[in-house]
Structure formats: structure tokens, C-alpha cells
Design a protein around this ligand. Structure first.
Ligand code: ADQ
Length: 468
């Protein structure tokens, strides 16, 4: 088996606490099996970039990390990645900032990653680059003469062409994807948007999975990411989960809990969720004191202004709704800004009658799948899911809603609260089958299977410096 080199912005070192997400675990497993290396940013800032690589090995997984300068973090991570690409790719051109410094910093840091990775790559290694932070990295490695099989996976949506063209130098960025052999998306919808862009803006052509621009043909595929369903279902009945379940149950006093779990991000539709829930409270006074919305939202990307704004907005909105409807012994919203270990989180999901997942746009959304996996098969809760999450393509037995419509959300909450056991079980079983079948290992195979099977076509790589 070829050695796998994974390159992503952040590297997740295996730990024994069981607190790692499915992606980290899946990649760690692949790296362990192939004796590969995971390369990325350490998360640390240094005064002067030296190129020093910090090597480490934890639980059989080798990692190689670099520290970045503060300017790198400002321009590349907070800047181009999270102020330009993230909002644009989530259809929020109103929030996207276009600054030349950001683009310069993004390219500079990608060059730094290419310099870091280059000496660690052997000719037979298979390279798998992840996400919007690193789109041009493959091209930069090709420029350094690497002819390896190379794949790229995008974890966020691919935006419609009419939005993407608002990005300065968009075709330059997209053309770098043609340095890879396989490019992966979560859903057919994102893949379709990518193909549309290539045909309309680059004069390319599509033939099944093959996409050609000029003399470059790559495979573009949809591989929806999954979770480690078995492990998550086991976590939901672990002792810490049961303790958490008991703690929540006592505090609820027979009230039904609705749960939301998200990074505090404007793409997750939290404001719309609170508004939809407030609409439910307004429409159904008979349910007052009978339900509680527990929203768990640890802050993220706090250095970016739009994230500070969404936090302030949600604080105010939660306060306003609680102020309007609370009584001395009941508040309709519990708004929690902290993270939980995965087993406790599984216990929280299992305690909830409804999982309310309402992103305005989401590449996939793993929370929806985790909620399903954590349910008690004998008495499962109901998933209410935004039709704009990638997960909606698979979890068709959720109550699918438009998160922009408070009325739809209110109706779905009512329907979920009054859904008969038999229907809950039928819907849950269908969703659980999908979550179990297309789990995280299936996803990894879906992508790496394609990549490993690529015929290496050395003719496609120009010698270094050949075309300037
Ligand atoms: P995210 O935007 O981070 O991921 P998501 O897929 O929902 O979104 O994953 C979030 C993860 O963080 C989940 O595993 C969840 O359990 C965990 N998490 C969230 N809040 C938590 C809390 N309070 N405590 C503990 N854990 C918490 C990006 C894309 C998604 C895509 C994933 C994977 O935006 O669309 O599904 O990558 O490709």
C-alpha cells in the first residue's frame, strides 16, 4: 500500500481522551495503516518564519507541523480563508471581503506548506490535500516537480458560478485544482456547480466523472462524508453519556428538549433557529413550559468581525426571547457557549426529543448524523434538518425545512413533538441505515479508492519552470 500524505490547515494529533472528531480518527487510521504523515499548521505563532518542522508521533500517527507568523495568520487564515472564501462559498457575498493582502498571504502560506511538504514526499506517496485553505497547494507541489497521485477534498459547498465570479482572480484559483488527479465534494449539488463553472468560465468539458480543461483531465466526484456511526452509538450508551442524560432529564422535569449543537458560525442559521423557535412559542402558547431549546454553540474564529457580530446578535436574541416568555421556573432557551467531550455530547443528543439543525448552507453537517446515531432505537427523537445542508441529500427521512421560514420551522417543531412512536421509529431506521452504511470509513474509501486507482500520467507534468 502506498504511503499516504495528508495535508490540511490544522493537524489533529491522536489522543486517548476519545474527544476527536470522526474526520481526525478516519485520517489517523489511514495514516497509521500506510505509515504516512499528516502535515499542517501547528496553531502556534512565531515571530519569524524559519521553516522549522516539528515532527511528532502519537499512537502510530506521524505529524509534521510548522508555526506561522502573525501576518500569515491574519492574511491567510483569518483573511483569505475565513473572510473571503468561507463566506463566498457559503453564498454570503455580502460578508466576503476582497483584499489583495489576503490573497498574497494565502499564496505565501501555501508556498510555505509546499516547501515544508516537498522534502517529506517520496515518489510513490499518495497525497491528499484538504479544504479551502489549501486549494493551490497541489499546483505548487507540481511546480516543485512532484508527479505523485494527488487528490483534493473540499469540505464546504462549491458556490454557484454567478457568485464565484465575484471573487477577483477566480479562474486562476480554480485552475489550480487541475493540478490534482481527483477533486472531491460532499454532494452532487456542489459537484454540479463546479462542473458548471468549468464549462462556462474555463471553456472546459465534462464527460461523466472526467472534467477536461485544455490538456488536463481530472476526475471530479461526490463522496459524502460520514461519521463513525458505531463508535458514536456506543458513546451514547457509555457511562458519561448516561450520567449526562440523567443530569439533563432531572433538570427538564418532564419537558421535551430540542437540541442544537454548532460552532458559533453565521452559516449555521442560529439566528433563524431562534427566530423559528420564537415563532413556535408565539403560535403555540399551550406548549409554553413544556419545551426547552438547548443550544450549544462554542465560539469560533473570534478574531473575525462577522463572528463577533453573530455572537452579539445571538446573545441579544436569546435574552429577548427568554425575557419575553420565561417564568420564574422556566426559560425557553438554554444557550451554552462551551464545548463538550464526545461521549457527553452523545448523551445530550440522546436526551433530546428533537435535533434542530438549520444551516443556511453547509457542505455536509455532521451534527445531523451524530444526532441520528445517538438515538435510542426504541424511542428515537426526530431530526429537523435544513434542506440546504449537504446531509439533506442522504437524510431524506428527516423533517426537511427551509430555515429562512419561521413558519415552516414552527410547524415542523409541532409535528415532531406530536409524532407517533411508530413514525419516529420508521424515519429513524431509514436515516440510521444511511448513517451506518455511508460512514466515515466508507467516505475515506470512496475518495482514496478513486485516487489510488488513477493511472499516473507523467506526461501531464511539465518540468519545473518549463512554462514560466
Ligand atoms: P463544521 O462547519 O465544523 O465542519 P459539522 O459538520 O457540523 O460542521 O461538524 C462539527 C463537529 O464539531 C461535529 O462533529 C460536532 O460534534 C462538533 N461540535 C460542534 N459543537 C460542539 C460542542 N459544543 N462540543 C463538542 N463538539 C462539538 C466542516 C463543514 C461541514 C462538514 C465538515 C466535515 O462546514 O459542512 O460536514 O467540515 O467535512
Amino acid at each position: 500500500m502506498s504511503r499516504l500524505i495528508v495535508i490540511s490547515n490544522r493537524v489533529s494529533r491522536p489522543n486517548k481522551s476519545g474527544n476527536q472528531g470522526g474526520l481526525a480518527v478516519a485520517l489517523a487510521q489511514a495514516l497509521r495503516e500506510s505509515r504516512g504523515t499528516w502535515i499542517g499548521w501547528s496553531g502556534e505563532v512565531t515571530d519569524n518564519f524559519t521553516g522549522h518542522i516539528g515532527f511528532s508521533e502519537d499512537d502510530g500517527v506521524k505529524t509534521a507541523t510548522i508555526d506561522l507568523e502573525e501576518q500569515d495568520v491574519d492574511e491567510y487564515y483569518n483573511g483569505y480563508a475565513n473572510k473571503t472564501l468561507w463566506p463566498l462559498f457559503h453564498f454570503r457575498i455580502d460578508l466576503a471581503e476582497y483584499a489583495r493582502d489576503f490573497e498574497g498571504g494565502y499564496n505565501r502560506v501555501n508556498q510555505r506548506f509546499a516547501d515544508t511538504a516537498a522534502p517529506l514526499i517520496e515518489p510513490e506517496d499518495v497525497i491528499w490535500v484538504h479544504d479551502y485553505h489549501m486549494i493551490p497547494l497541489g499546483q505548487m507541489l507540481r511546480d516543485r516537480g512532484h508527479r505523485n497521485k494527488m487528490g483534493f477534498f473540499l469540505h464546504i459547498p462549491w458556490p454557484p458560478t454567478r457568485l464565484l465570479v465575484s471573487l477577483p482572480h477566480h479562474s486562476k484559483l480554480v485552475s489550480t485544482l487541475f493540478a490534482y488527479d481527483v477533486v472531491g465534494f460532499h454532494t452532487e449539488e456542489w459537484l454540479e456547480s463546479f462542473r458548471h463553472y468549468v464549462e462556462r468560465e474555463m471553456g472546459g468539458s465534462v464527460n461523466g466523472d472526467f472534467v477536461t480543461v485544455g490538456d488536463r483531465t481530472i476526475q471530479a466526484v461526490a463522496c459524502p462524508i460520514g461519521i463513525n456511526a458505531k463508535e458514536f452509538a456506543d458513546a451514547a450508551v457509555s457511562q458519561p453519556a448516561q450520567d449526562m442524560h440523567e443530569q439533563v432529564r432531572r433538570s427538564l422535569q418532564d419537558r421535551a428538549m430540542i437540541v442544537g449543537v454548532d460552532r458559533l458560525d453565521y452559516s449555521k442559521g442560529l439566528e433563524e433557529r431562534f427566530t423559528g423557535y420564537a415563532r413556535f412559542l408565539k403560535d403555540h402558547p399551550d406548549y409554553h413550559r413544556k419545551v426547552v431549546l438547548t443550544q450549544i454553540a462554542p465560539p469560533s474564529r473570534g478574531e473575525v468581525e462577522s463572528y463577533q457580530q453573530i455572537r452579539a446578535t445571538l446573545d441579544a436574541l436569546a435574552g429577548r426571547i427568554n425575557g419575553q416568555y420565561s417564568d420564574v421556573d422556566w426559560s425557553p432557551i438554554r444557550y451554552v457557549n462551551q464545548g463538550y467531550p464526545r461521549d457527553k455530547l452523545a448523551g445530550i443528543y440522546r436526551s433530546a426529543r428533537i435535533g434542530l439543525v438549520t444551516p443556511l448552507r453547509d457542505g455536509m453537517n455532521l451534527v445531523a448524523k451524530e444526532y441520528v446515531a445517538a438515538q435510542n432505537p426504541d424511542d428515537p427523537g426526530v431530526l429537523i434538518l435544513s434542506r440546504f445542508a449537504g446531509a439533506a441529500m442522504q437524510l431524506k427521512d428527516a423533517l426537511l425545512i427551509n430555515p429562512y421560514s419561521p413558519e415552516e420551522m414552527s410547524d415542523a417543531i409541532l409535528r415532531a413533538l406530536s409524532m407517533p412512536l411508530e413514525e419516529r421509529q420508521r424515519r429513524w431506521r431509514a436515516m440510521m441505515d444511511s448513517v451506518e452504511q455511508q460512514d466515515i470509513s466508507w467516505w475515506r474509501q470512496c475518495f482514496t479508492g478513486r485516487l489510488m486507482a488513477v493511472e499516473r500520467d507523467t506526461a501531464r507534468v511539465e518540468p519545473e519552470g518549463a512554462d514560466g
